[in-house]
Design a protein around this ligand. Structure first.
Ligand code: CA
Length: 241
């Protein structure tokens, strides 16, 4: 059995491979989660909107009746499920940037075959993020060696203040407020620069590079996901992927 500490929450698993779904259900329950399983897309959509609405949805991309992308899109259209984090399970080589991008809007993804442990870490990151949102984040946010003051727009690494431009600060804040979640270049462009900004996704990479350099040792908290975008680590102690 996995030992990762306990955090309750209701997880909906939408997965047509019965053996895999059963394994996930068993392991998630062992970890203290409540679990609902749906073996088809339509069943999954119904289950997602049934009270109580799940806290996290683990969604297989390849389902026999409805594509996972379509399910995710429909979940985003409904008020009740709009903010429920979705972790998409994809096969290697599928268009991950499309899955986690604006087009579909998944919050994170795992590539099959994934380890149950990995999936549970991702689920916990989503739940933690939800709790933080619900409680409202304080102005001072600490993360390992890094500390930022949201209101004063100041940042420190190991207590030394880092001089950041306004844009770099917004970028860092966008990363830190979505710890453990995939952030595509397009999403960052929209959130940090504004959707109408006349800049390309290359600009994002340039600024992330500069931000990382300024952060020094703390720059390692920002992971590059090749072909997808970036992810700020969910925990400072998280090992490199
Ligand atoms: Ca499948």
């Amino acid at each position: 059995m996995l030992r990762l500490g306990h955090m309750s929450g209701l997880v909906l698993v939408i997965e047509d491979e019965v053996d895999l779904a059963t394994t996930l259900e068993y392991n998630l329950r062992s970890e203290g989660f409540q679990v609902r399983v749906a073996h088809s897309g339509r069943q999954g959509l119904t289950s997602a909107t049934t009270d109580p609405v799940p806290d996290v949805i683990v969604l297989d991309l390849m389902l026999p009746d409805l594509a996972g992308t379509e399910i995710c899109r429909r979940l985003r259209e409904q008020d009740r499920t709009r903010d429920v984090p979705v972790i998409m399970c994809t096969a290697k080589g599928e268009e991950i940037d499309r899955v986690v991008g604006f087009e579909v809007g998944a919050d994170d993804y795992v590539v099959k075959p994934y380890s149950v442990r990995e999936l549970i870490l991702r689920i916990r990151a989503q739940l933690r993020h939800r709790t933080q949102r619900a409680e409202g984040e304080p102005s001072l946010i600490r993360f390992g060696r890094l500390e930022i003051d949201r209101d004063a727009h100041r940042a420190w690494v190991d207590k030394d203040e880092i001089a950041l431009t306004a844009l770099e600060f917004r970028l860092l804040h966008a990363f830190m407020s979505r710890r453990g979640r995939v952030q595509t270049r397009d999403a960052l462009l929209s959130d940090v620069w504004g959707i109408d900004a006349d800049v390309t996704t290359r600009t994002v990479d340039t600024h992330v590079k500069r931000l990382r350099e300024k952060l020094g040792e703390a720059g390692q908290y920002i992971e590059t996901l090749r072909g997808v975008g970036y992810r700020f680590k969910s925990d400072p102690e998280e090992a490199d992927a």
